[in-house]
Design a protein around this ligand. Structure first.
Ligand code: NAD
Length: 492
Protein backbone atom coordinates (compact mmCIF):
# COMPACT_ATOMS: atom_id res chain seq x y z
CA UNK A 1 0.00 0.00 0.00
CA UNK A 2 1.37 3.36 -1.06
CA UNK A 3 1.33 5.96 1.75
CA UNK A 4 -0.77 9.10 1.26
CA UNK A 5 2.45 11.10 1.48
CA UNK A 6 5.84 9.94 0.28
CA UNK A 7 9.22 11.59 0.81
CA UNK A 8 10.85 12.67 -2.46
CA UNK A 9 14.41 13.90 -2.66
CA UNK A 10 14.85 16.63 -5.25
CA UNK A 11 18.02 17.01 -7.32
CA UNK A 12 19.03 19.97 -5.12
CA UNK A 13 19.31 17.54 -2.19
CA UNK A 14 16.22 18.68 -0.27
CA UNK A 15 13.51 16.21 0.65
CA UNK A 16 9.82 17.08 0.76
CA UNK A 17 6.58 15.19 1.41
CA UNK A 18 4.62 14.59 -1.79
CA UNK A 19 0.89 13.94 -1.38
CA UNK A 20 -0.22 10.94 -3.46
CA UNK A 21 -3.92 10.62 -2.62
CA UNK A 22 -7.02 12.27 -4.04
CA UNK A 23 -7.73 15.69 -2.51
CA UNK A 24 -11.44 15.51 -1.68
CA UNK A 25 -13.24 17.53 1.01
CA UNK A 26 -9.93 19.03 2.20
CA UNK A 27 -8.31 15.64 2.90
CA UNK A 28 -5.97 13.41 0.94
CA UNK A 29 -7.87 10.15 0.65
CA UNK A 30 -7.49 6.74 -0.95
CA UNK A 31 -9.59 6.05 -4.02
CA UNK A 32 -12.18 3.27 -3.62
CA UNK A 33 -10.16 0.83 -5.72
CA UNK A 34 -6.76 1.91 -4.35
CA UNK A 35 -5.15 1.71 -7.80
CA UNK A 36 -2.00 3.70 -8.39
CA UNK A 37 -0.01 4.71 -11.46
CA UNK A 38 3.59 5.55 -12.07
CA UNK A 39 5.03 9.05 -12.47
CA UNK A 40 8.19 9.24 -14.58
CA UNK A 41 10.87 11.93 -14.65
CA UNK A 42 11.21 12.87 -18.35
CA UNK A 43 14.81 14.01 -17.96
CA UNK A 44 16.05 10.71 -16.49
CA UNK A 45 13.30 8.25 -17.56
CA UNK A 46 13.30 7.04 -13.94
CA UNK A 47 10.29 6.54 -11.72
CA UNK A 48 9.66 9.43 -9.29
CA UNK A 49 6.78 7.88 -7.38
CA UNK A 50 3.29 6.44 -7.83
CA UNK A 51 0.10 8.39 -7.17
CA UNK A 52 -3.45 7.18 -6.60
CA UNK A 53 -5.83 7.02 -9.54
CA UNK A 54 -9.37 8.47 -9.43
CA UNK A 55 -12.11 6.48 -11.16
CA UNK A 56 -15.84 7.10 -11.67
CA UNK A 57 -16.80 6.47 -8.04
CA UNK A 58 -14.11 8.85 -6.80
CA UNK A 59 -15.28 11.58 -9.18
CA UNK A 60 -18.74 11.00 -7.68
CA UNK A 61 -17.34 11.52 -4.17
CA UNK A 62 -15.59 14.73 -5.26
CA UNK A 63 -18.76 16.02 -6.92
CA UNK A 64 -20.72 15.32 -3.72
CA UNK A 65 -18.17 17.35 -1.75
CA UNK A 66 -18.16 20.19 -4.29
CA UNK A 67 -21.95 20.23 -4.49
CA UNK A 68 -22.32 20.51 -0.71
CA UNK A 69 -19.67 23.26 -0.61
CA UNK A 70 -21.47 25.20 -3.33
CA UNK A 71 -24.61 25.25 -1.21
CA UNK A 72 -22.80 27.20 1.51
CA UNK A 73 -21.80 30.79 2.09
CA UNK A 74 -18.75 30.26 -0.16
CA UNK A 75 -20.99 31.07 -3.12
CA UNK A 76 -23.58 33.33 -1.50
CA UNK A 77 -21.68 35.03 1.31
CA UNK A 78 -19.41 38.07 1.49
CA UNK A 79 -16.59 37.89 -1.09
CA UNK A 80 -14.13 38.86 1.67
CA UNK A 81 -13.69 35.18 2.53
CA UNK A 82 -12.76 34.25 -1.04
CA UNK A 83 -10.37 37.20 -1.25
CA UNK A 84 -8.59 36.15 1.94
CA UNK A 85 -8.23 32.52 0.86
CA UNK A 86 -6.91 33.37 -2.61
CA UNK A 87 -4.47 35.99 -1.28
CA UNK A 88 -3.21 33.48 1.30
CA UNK A 89 -2.81 30.87 -1.43
CA UNK A 90 -0.84 33.25 -3.67
CA UNK A 91 1.47 34.06 -0.73
CA UNK A 92 1.95 30.35 0.07
CA UNK A 93 2.79 29.55 -3.57
CA UNK A 94 5.46 32.24 -3.40
CA UNK A 95 6.76 30.95 -0.07
CA UNK A 96 7.07 27.47 -1.60
CA UNK A 97 8.28 28.76 -4.99
CA UNK A 98 11.63 27.00 -4.97
CA UNK A 99 10.19 23.59 -4.05
CA UNK A 100 7.35 24.00 -6.53
CA UNK A 101 9.73 24.94 -9.35
CA UNK A 102 11.83 21.84 -8.62
CA UNK A 103 8.74 19.59 -8.48
CA UNK A 104 7.58 20.96 -11.83
CA UNK A 105 10.95 20.39 -13.49
CA UNK A 106 11.15 16.89 -12.04
CA UNK A 107 7.66 15.94 -13.16
CA UNK A 108 7.44 17.70 -16.54
CA UNK A 109 11.13 17.85 -17.57
CA UNK A 110 11.08 21.59 -18.27
CA UNK A 111 14.05 23.74 -17.25
CA UNK A 112 14.06 25.42 -13.83
CA UNK A 113 14.17 28.69 -15.72
CA UNK A 114 10.73 27.89 -17.21
CA UNK A 115 9.35 26.42 -13.98
CA UNK A 116 10.30 29.54 -12.01
CA UNK A 117 8.41 31.66 -14.54
CA UNK A 118 5.36 29.39 -14.23
CA UNK A 119 5.33 29.59 -10.43
CA UNK A 120 5.62 33.40 -10.45
CA UNK A 121 2.80 33.80 -12.96
CA UNK A 122 0.62 31.28 -11.10
CA UNK A 123 0.96 33.28 -7.85
CA UNK A 124 0.41 36.60 -9.63
CA UNK A 125 -2.70 35.25 -11.33
CA UNK A 126 -4.27 33.85 -8.18
CA UNK A 127 -3.62 37.17 -6.44
CA UNK A 128 -5.19 39.01 -9.36
CA UNK A 129 -8.27 36.76 -9.12
CA UNK A 130 -8.57 37.56 -5.40
CA UNK A 131 -8.88 41.20 -6.44
CA UNK A 132 -11.81 40.44 -8.73
CA UNK A 133 -13.89 38.67 -6.08
CA UNK A 134 -15.60 41.83 -4.77
CA UNK A 135 -15.65 43.65 -8.10
CA UNK A 136 -18.14 41.44 -9.88
CA UNK A 137 -21.14 43.59 -10.57
CA UNK A 138 -24.31 43.44 -12.59
CA UNK A 139 -26.22 46.39 -14.03
CA UNK A 140 -29.48 48.32 -13.84
CA UNK A 141 -30.92 48.72 -17.35
CA UNK A 142 -33.33 51.69 -17.55
CA UNK A 143 -36.57 50.75 -19.35
CA UNK A 144 -38.95 53.46 -18.19
CA UNK A 145 -40.91 54.17 -15.03
CA UNK A 146 -43.21 51.13 -15.14
CA UNK A 147 -40.43 48.66 -14.30
CA UNK A 148 -37.27 48.27 -12.30
CA UNK A 149 -34.64 45.84 -13.70
CA UNK A 150 -31.51 44.53 -12.14
CA UNK A 151 -28.97 42.13 -13.59
CA UNK A 152 -26.95 39.87 -11.32
CA UNK A 153 -23.90 37.79 -12.14
CA UNK A 154 -24.10 34.57 -10.18
CA UNK A 155 -21.68 31.64 -9.90
CA UNK A 156 -22.52 28.57 -11.99
CA UNK A 157 -22.06 25.72 -9.53
CA UNK A 158 -19.71 22.75 -9.53
CA UNK A 159 -17.06 23.23 -12.25
CA UNK A 160 -15.10 20.36 -13.78
CA UNK A 161 -11.62 21.35 -14.93
CA UNK A 162 -9.25 19.18 -16.96
CA UNK A 163 -5.70 20.35 -17.57
CA UNK A 164 -2.73 19.20 -19.70
CA UNK A 165 0.86 18.35 -18.89
CA UNK A 166 2.76 21.19 -20.55
CA UNK A 167 2.12 23.80 -17.81
CA UNK A 168 0.76 21.73 -14.92
CA UNK A 169 0.93 24.40 -12.20
CA UNK A 170 0.18 27.38 -14.41
CA UNK A 171 -2.88 25.75 -15.98
CA UNK A 172 -4.02 24.78 -12.49
CA UNK A 173 -3.93 28.45 -11.46
CA UNK A 174 -5.59 29.69 -14.68
CA UNK A 175 -8.42 27.27 -14.01
CA UNK A 176 -9.04 27.53 -10.28
CA UNK A 177 -8.39 31.30 -9.91
CA UNK A 178 -11.45 32.71 -11.69
CA UNK A 179 -13.70 29.76 -10.73
CA UNK A 180 -13.06 30.25 -7.01
CA UNK A 181 -13.03 34.07 -7.09
CA UNK A 182 -16.57 34.04 -8.51
CA UNK A 183 -17.87 31.61 -5.85
CA UNK A 184 -17.95 28.32 -7.73
CA UNK A 185 -16.60 25.02 -6.44
CA UNK A 186 -14.20 22.84 -8.37
CA UNK A 187 -13.17 19.31 -9.22
CA UNK A 188 -9.93 19.47 -11.18
CA UNK A 189 -8.19 16.56 -12.92
CA UNK A 190 -4.52 16.87 -13.71
CA UNK A 191 -2.85 15.22 -16.71
CA UNK A 192 -1.79 11.64 -16.02
CA UNK A 193 1.88 12.35 -16.69
CA UNK A 194 2.16 15.42 -14.41
CA UNK A 195 0.10 15.12 -11.23
CA UNK A 196 2.62 16.30 -8.62
CA UNK A 197 2.55 20.11 -8.39
CA UNK A 198 -1.27 20.37 -8.23
CA UNK A 199 -1.41 17.90 -5.31
CA UNK A 200 1.26 19.94 -3.55
CA UNK A 201 -0.72 23.16 -4.08
CA UNK A 202 -3.94 21.48 -2.90
CA UNK A 203 -2.38 21.13 0.55
CA UNK A 204 -1.38 24.81 0.40
CA UNK A 205 -5.01 25.68 -0.42
CA UNK A 206 -6.10 23.94 2.78
CA UNK A 207 -3.46 25.85 4.70
CA UNK A 208 -4.75 29.05 3.04
CA UNK A 209 -8.14 28.41 4.65
CA UNK A 210 -10.19 27.08 1.78
CA UNK A 211 -13.43 25.54 3.09
CA UNK A 212 -13.83 21.77 2.71
CA UNK A 213 -15.18 20.66 -0.67
CA UNK A 214 -14.56 23.96 -2.46
CA UNK A 215 -11.48 22.65 -4.29
CA UNK A 216 -11.06 18.95 -5.10
CA UNK A 217 -8.03 17.72 -7.03
CA UNK A 218 -7.79 14.24 -8.54
CA UNK A 219 -5.08 12.44 -10.49
CA UNK A 220 -6.23 10.05 -13.18
CA UNK A 221 -6.66 9.15 -16.81
CA UNK A 222 -8.66 10.98 -19.45
CA UNK A 223 -10.78 8.07 -20.56
CA UNK A 224 -11.86 7.21 -16.98
CA UNK A 225 -11.77 10.16 -14.56
CA UNK A 226 -11.79 12.78 -17.36
CA UNK A 227 -14.75 11.14 -19.06
CA UNK A 228 -16.61 10.85 -15.73
CA UNK A 229 -16.21 14.61 -15.24
CA UNK A 230 -17.28 15.41 -18.82
CA UNK A 231 -20.54 13.45 -18.56
CA UNK A 232 -21.43 14.14 -14.92
CA UNK A 233 -24.96 15.57 -14.64
CA UNK A 234 -24.25 17.63 -11.50
CA UNK A 235 -21.18 19.33 -12.97
CA UNK A 236 -22.58 22.52 -14.47
CA UNK A 237 -19.54 23.74 -16.30
CA UNK A 238 -16.43 22.19 -17.81
CA UNK A 239 -13.18 23.95 -18.65
CA UNK A 240 -10.60 22.03 -20.63
CA UNK A 241 -7.10 22.70 -21.96
CA UNK A 242 -5.46 20.17 -24.28
CA UNK A 243 -5.70 18.77 -27.78
CA UNK A 244 -8.38 19.81 -30.23
CA UNK A 245 -9.48 16.18 -30.67
CA UNK A 246 -10.13 15.72 -26.94
CA UNK A 247 -11.75 19.18 -26.76
CA UNK A 248 -14.20 18.17 -29.48
CA UNK A 249 -14.98 14.95 -27.58
CA UNK A 250 -15.55 16.83 -24.32
CA UNK A 251 -17.90 19.28 -25.98
CA UNK A 252 -19.94 16.38 -27.35
CA UNK A 253 -20.02 14.66 -23.95
CA UNK A 254 -21.09 17.93 -22.31
CA UNK A 255 -23.85 18.38 -24.87
CA UNK A 256 -25.14 14.83 -24.51
CA UNK A 257 -25.11 14.76 -20.70
CA UNK A 258 -26.58 17.96 -19.27
CA UNK A 259 -25.54 20.73 -21.71
CA UNK A 260 -22.94 21.91 -19.21
CA UNK A 261 -21.26 25.15 -20.19
CA UNK A 262 -17.98 24.56 -22.00
CA UNK A 263 -14.77 26.54 -22.35
CA UNK A 264 -11.94 25.07 -24.38
CA UNK A 265 -8.31 26.08 -24.75
CA UNK A 266 -6.96 23.96 -27.60
CA UNK A 267 -4.15 23.58 -30.08
CA UNK A 268 -2.50 25.99 -32.45
CA UNK A 269 -0.13 26.44 -35.38
CA UNK A 270 0.71 30.06 -34.85
CA UNK A 271 2.42 32.25 -37.46
CA UNK A 272 5.36 34.44 -36.47
CA UNK A 273 5.84 37.14 -39.12
CA UNK A 274 9.11 38.98 -39.70
CA UNK A 275 9.09 42.14 -41.84
CA UNK A 276 12.25 43.50 -43.42
CA UNK A 277 12.10 46.66 -41.25
CA UNK A 278 12.29 44.75 -37.94
CA UNK A 279 15.03 44.98 -35.34
CA UNK A 280 16.78 41.73 -36.33
CA UNK A 281 18.56 41.01 -33.02
CA UNK A 282 15.40 41.53 -30.96
CA UNK A 283 13.29 39.58 -33.46
CA UNK A 284 15.61 36.57 -33.39
CA UNK A 285 15.24 36.42 -29.60
CA UNK A 286 11.46 36.57 -29.99
CA UNK A 287 11.48 33.80 -32.61
CA UNK A 288 13.49 31.62 -30.22
CA UNK A 289 11.21 32.29 -27.26
CA UNK A 290 8.30 31.76 -29.63
CA UNK A 291 9.18 28.18 -30.53
CA UNK A 292 11.81 26.86 -28.12
CA UNK A 293 10.50 28.20 -24.78
CA UNK A 294 9.14 25.29 -22.70
CA UNK A 295 10.70 22.94 -25.32
CA UNK A 296 8.04 24.02 -27.81
CA UNK A 297 5.30 22.37 -25.74
CA UNK A 298 3.22 25.53 -25.82
CA UNK A 299 -0.23 25.70 -27.41
CA UNK A 300 0.52 29.15 -28.86
CA UNK A 301 4.11 28.34 -29.98
CA UNK A 302 5.19 30.42 -32.98
CA UNK A 303 5.70 27.31 -35.07
CA UNK A 304 5.35 28.86 -38.56
CA UNK A 305 7.91 31.58 -39.22
CA UNK A 306 7.38 33.81 -42.28
CA UNK A 307 10.29 36.10 -43.22
CA UNK A 308 10.13 38.87 -45.82
CA UNK A 309 12.43 37.87 -48.65
CA UNK A 310 15.00 40.72 -48.45
CA UNK A 311 16.10 39.67 -44.95
CA UNK A 312 15.41 35.92 -45.16
CA UNK A 313 19.08 34.91 -45.32
CA UNK A 314 20.14 37.36 -42.59
CA UNK A 315 17.45 36.20 -40.16
CA UNK A 316 18.10 32.51 -40.84
CA UNK A 317 21.83 33.04 -40.28
CA UNK A 318 21.29 34.89 -36.98
CA UNK A 319 18.66 32.44 -35.84
CA UNK A 320 20.85 29.42 -36.57
CA UNK A 321 23.77 30.97 -34.69
CA UNK A 322 21.58 31.84 -31.67
CA UNK A 323 20.04 28.35 -31.61
CA UNK A 324 23.49 26.76 -31.60
CA UNK A 325 24.13 28.62 -28.31
CA UNK A 326 20.95 27.41 -26.58
CA UNK A 327 21.68 25.18 -23.61
CA UNK A 328 19.72 21.92 -23.72
CA UNK A 329 19.83 19.21 -21.08
CA UNK A 330 19.64 18.83 -17.31
CA UNK A 331 16.57 20.88 -16.33
CA UNK A 332 18.07 21.61 -12.93
CA UNK A 333 21.12 23.50 -14.20
CA UNK A 334 20.49 27.20 -13.78
CA UNK A 335 21.58 28.08 -17.33
CA UNK A 336 19.57 25.38 -19.12
CA UNK A 337 17.08 26.90 -21.55
CA UNK A 338 15.51 23.71 -22.90
CA UNK A 339 14.84 20.70 -20.70
CA UNK A 340 13.21 17.43 -21.73
CA UNK A 341 9.96 16.82 -23.60
CA UNK A 342 7.22 15.83 -21.18
CA UNK A 343 6.83 12.14 -22.06
CA UNK A 344 8.11 9.34 -24.26
CA UNK A 345 4.88 9.58 -26.28
CA UNK A 346 5.60 13.23 -26.95
CA UNK A 347 9.23 12.46 -27.84
CA UNK A 348 8.07 9.84 -30.36
CA UNK A 349 5.49 12.17 -31.86
CA UNK A 350 8.04 14.96 -32.36
CA UNK A 351 10.66 12.63 -33.87
CA UNK A 352 8.00 11.24 -36.21
CA UNK A 353 7.19 14.76 -37.44
CA UNK A 354 10.89 15.49 -37.95
CA UNK A 355 11.12 12.40 -40.20
CA UNK A 356 7.99 13.53 -42.06
CA UNK A 357 9.59 16.95 -42.61
CA UNK A 358 12.74 15.36 -44.05
CA UNK A 359 10.67 13.12 -46.35
CA UNK A 360 8.52 16.06 -47.46
CA UNK A 361 11.71 17.68 -48.76
CA UNK A 362 12.04 20.62 -46.36
CA UNK A 363 15.61 21.86 -45.83
CA UNK A 364 16.90 20.92 -42.39
CA UNK A 365 18.65 24.06 -41.15
CA UNK A 366 19.44 22.87 -37.63
CA UNK A 367 18.68 20.05 -35.18
CA UNK A 368 16.55 17.27 -36.60
CA UNK A 369 17.25 14.57 -34.03
CA UNK A 370 17.11 13.45 -30.44
CA UNK A 371 19.67 14.97 -28.06
CA UNK A 372 21.51 12.15 -26.25
CA UNK A 373 19.87 8.80 -25.61
CA UNK A 374 18.74 9.13 -21.98
CA UNK A 375 15.85 11.47 -21.18
CA UNK A 376 13.37 12.79 -23.72
CA UNK A 377 15.50 15.58 -25.19
CA UNK A 378 15.13 16.90 -28.74
CA UNK A 379 17.50 19.31 -30.50
CA UNK A 380 15.92 22.62 -31.47
CA UNK A 381 14.93 21.97 -35.06
CA UNK A 382 14.48 24.44 -37.91
CA UNK A 383 13.12 23.46 -41.34
CA UNK A 384 13.66 26.06 -44.09
CA UNK A 385 12.16 26.50 -47.57
CA UNK A 386 8.97 24.74 -46.59
CA UNK A 387 5.85 24.53 -48.77
CA UNK A 388 2.48 25.49 -47.36
CA UNK A 389 0.88 22.10 -48.00
CA UNK A 390 3.50 20.15 -46.02
CA UNK A 391 2.23 18.32 -42.95
CA UNK A 392 4.91 19.99 -40.81
CA UNK A 393 3.40 23.38 -41.76
CA UNK A 394 -0.21 22.36 -41.27
CA UNK A 395 -0.24 20.15 -38.17
CA UNK A 396 0.53 20.95 -34.54
CA UNK A 397 3.79 19.22 -33.56
CA UNK A 398 3.93 20.51 -29.98
CA UNK A 399 7.69 20.37 -29.76
CA UNK A 400 10.85 22.33 -30.65
CA UNK A 401 10.29 22.18 -34.40
CA UNK A 402 9.71 25.28 -36.52
CA UNK A 403 9.11 25.81 -40.24
CA UNK A 404 10.42 28.87 -42.07
CA UNK A 405 9.39 30.31 -45.42
CA UNK A 406 9.63 33.55 -47.42
CA UNK A 407 6.99 36.09 -48.39
CA UNK A 408 6.94 39.27 -50.47
CA UNK A 409 3.98 41.47 -49.54
CA UNK A 410 1.81 42.33 -46.52
CA UNK A 411 -1.32 40.92 -48.17
CA UNK A 412 0.44 37.69 -49.07
CA UNK A 413 1.65 37.07 -45.52
CA UNK A 414 -1.76 37.86 -44.00
CA UNK A 415 -3.25 35.18 -46.26
CA UNK A 416 -0.54 32.70 -45.31
CA UNK A 417 -0.95 33.44 -41.60
CA UNK A 418 -4.71 32.95 -41.77
CA UNK A 419 -4.54 29.73 -43.79
CA UNK A 420 -5.00 27.46 -40.75
CA UNK A 421 -7.86 25.76 -38.98
CA UNK A 422 -6.39 27.14 -35.76
CA UNK A 423 -6.32 30.72 -34.51
CA UNK A 424 -4.65 30.90 -31.14
CA UNK A 425 -1.84 33.44 -31.53
CA UNK A 426 0.45 35.24 -33.96
CA UNK A 427 3.60 37.35 -33.86
CA UNK A 428 4.39 40.46 -35.92
CA UNK A 429 7.89 41.93 -36.00
CA UNK A 430 8.33 45.38 -37.54
CA UNK A 431 9.42 48.85 -36.45
CA UNK A 432 6.51 50.35 -38.45
CA UNK A 433 3.62 50.76 -36.00
CA UNK A 434 1.03 51.38 -38.72
CA UNK A 435 1.96 48.15 -40.45
CA UNK A 436 1.96 46.28 -37.14
CA UNK A 437 -1.58 47.44 -36.34
CA UNK A 438 -2.84 46.79 -39.87
CA UNK A 439 -1.52 43.22 -39.76
CA UNK A 440 -2.63 42.60 -36.16
CA UNK A 441 -6.18 43.67 -37.04
CA UNK A 442 -6.24 41.36 -40.11
CA UNK A 443 -5.01 38.22 -38.40
CA UNK A 444 -7.61 35.73 -37.25
CA UNK A 445 -6.32 34.77 -33.82
CA UNK A 446 -7.13 35.40 -30.18
CA UNK A 447 -3.75 36.98 -29.44
CA UNK A 448 -1.33 38.97 -31.59
CA UNK A 449 2.07 39.80 -30.14
CA UNK A 450 3.93 42.72 -31.71
CA UNK A 451 7.71 42.73 -31.21
CA UNK A 452 7.39 40.17 -28.43
CA UNK A 453 6.16 36.56 -28.14
CA UNK A 454 4.82 34.09 -25.55
CA UNK A 455 4.41 37.18 -23.41
CA UNK A 456 1.58 36.80 -20.87
CA UNK A 457 0.06 39.07 -18.28
CA UNK A 458 -2.70 38.18 -15.85
CA UNK A 459 -4.82 41.14 -17.03
CA UNK A 460 -4.56 40.25 -20.73
CA UNK A 461 -7.12 37.66 -21.97
CA UNK A 462 -5.93 34.57 -23.81
CA UNK A 463 -7.89 32.13 -25.97
CA UNK A 464 -8.58 30.99 -29.48
CA UNK A 465 -10.35 31.75 -32.72
CA UNK A 466 -11.44 28.86 -34.94
CA UNK A 467 -10.54 25.38 -33.73
CA UNK A 468 -8.21 26.79 -31.07
CA UNK A 469 -11.03 27.04 -28.59
CA UNK A 470 -13.97 28.74 -26.98
CA UNK A 471 -13.82 31.36 -24.22
CA UNK A 472 -10.97 33.37 -22.74
CA UNK A 473 -8.71 32.83 -19.76
CA UNK A 474 -7.16 35.64 -17.67
CA UNK A 475 -8.18 39.28 -17.77
CA UNK A 476 -11.72 40.40 -16.89
CA UNK A 477 -12.96 38.06 -19.64
CA UNK A 478 -12.15 34.94 -17.59
CA UNK A 479 -14.91 35.91 -15.15
CA UNK A 480 -17.50 35.51 -17.92
CA UNK A 481 -16.65 31.79 -18.07
CA UNK A 482 -17.60 31.33 -14.44
CA UNK A 483 -20.65 33.54 -13.94
CA UNK A 484 -24.14 33.38 -15.35
CA UNK A 485 -26.45 36.30 -15.84
CA UNK A 486 -29.74 36.60 -14.02
CA UNK A 487 -32.17 39.33 -15.08
CA UNK A 488 -34.77 40.43 -12.54
CA UNK A 489 -37.56 42.62 -13.94
CA UNK A 490 -39.92 44.10 -11.40
CA UNK A 491 -43.29 45.54 -12.47
CA UNK A 492 -43.98 48.68 -10.43
P1 NAD B 1 -5.13 15.38 -24.39
O1 NAD B 1 -5.87 16.57 -24.90
O2 NAD B 1 -5.73 14.06 -24.73
O3 NAD B 1 -4.99 15.46 -22.79
C1 NAD B 1 -5.17 16.63 -22.05
C2 NAD B 1 -6.01 16.33 -20.83
O4 NAD B 1 -7.25 15.78 -21.24
C3 NAD B 1 -5.39 15.31 -19.88
O5 NAD B 1 -5.69 15.68 -18.55
C4 NAD B 1 -6.13 14.03 -20.23
O6 NAD B 1 -6.19 13.12 -19.18
C5 NAD B 1 -7.52 14.57 -20.56
N1 NAD B 1 -8.32 13.69 -21.40
C6 NAD B 1 -7.90 12.88 -22.40
N2 NAD B 1 -8.94 12.21 -22.94
C7 NAD B 1 -10.06 12.63 -22.28
C8 NAD B 1 -11.45 12.29 -22.37
N3 NAD B 1 -11.90 11.41 -23.25
N4 NAD B 1 -12.30 12.91 -21.54
C9 NAD B 1 -11.87 13.81 -20.64
N5 NAD B 1 -10.57 14.14 -20.49
C10 NAD B 1 -9.67 13.58 -21.31
O7 NAD B 1 -3.67 15.50 -24.87
P2 NAD B 1 -2.49 14.39 -24.88
O8 NAD B 1 -3.01 13.09 -25.38
O9 NAD B 1 -1.83 14.42 -23.57
O10 NAD B 1 -1.53 15.04 -25.96
C11 NAD B 1 -1.82 14.88 -27.32
C12 NAD B 1 -1.52 16.13 -28.10
O11 NAD B 1 -2.37 17.20 -27.65
C13 NAD B 1 -0.14 16.71 -27.91
O12 NAD B 1 0.80 16.09 -28.68
C14 NAD B 1 -0.35 18.14 -28.31
O13 NAD B 1 -0.29 18.27 -29.69
C15 NAD B 1 -1.75 18.43 -27.84
N6 NAD B 1 -1.78 19.17 -26.56
C16 NAD B 1 -2.14 20.47 -26.59
C17 NAD B 1 -2.15 21.20 -25.42
C18 NAD B 1 -2.54 22.64 -25.41
O14 NAD B 1 -2.27 23.34 -24.44
N7 NAD B 1 -3.18 23.13 -26.43
C19 NAD B 1 -1.79 20.61 -24.22
C20 NAD B 1 -1.45 19.26 -24.21
C21 NAD B 1 -1.46 18.56 -25.40
Amino acid sequence: NLALRVPITLPNGTTYDQPTGLFINNEFVYPKQKKTFEVISPSTEEEITHVYEAREEDVEAAVNAADAAFNSDWSTGEPAKRIRVLLNLADLIEEHADTLAHIESLDNGKSLFCSRGDVALAAAYIRSCAGWADKISGSLPETGSTHFNYIRREPIGVCGQIIPWNFPLLMFSWKIGPALATGNTVILKTAESTPLSALYVAQLAKQAGIPAGVLNVVSGFGKIAGEAIAIHPRIKKIAFTGSTATGRHIMKAAAESNLKKVTLELGGKSPNIVFNDCDVAKTVQNLIVGIFYNTGEVCCAGSRIYIQEEIYDTVIENLTRAVADLKIGDPFKEDTFMGAQASSAQLDKILKYIEIGKKEGATLVSGGEREGNKGYFVKPTIFGDVKEDMKIVKEEIFGPVVTVSKFKTVDEVINLANDSEYGLAAGVHTEDINKAIQVANSIKSGTVWVNTYNDFHQMVPFGGYGQSGIGREMGAEALDNYTQVKAVRVGL
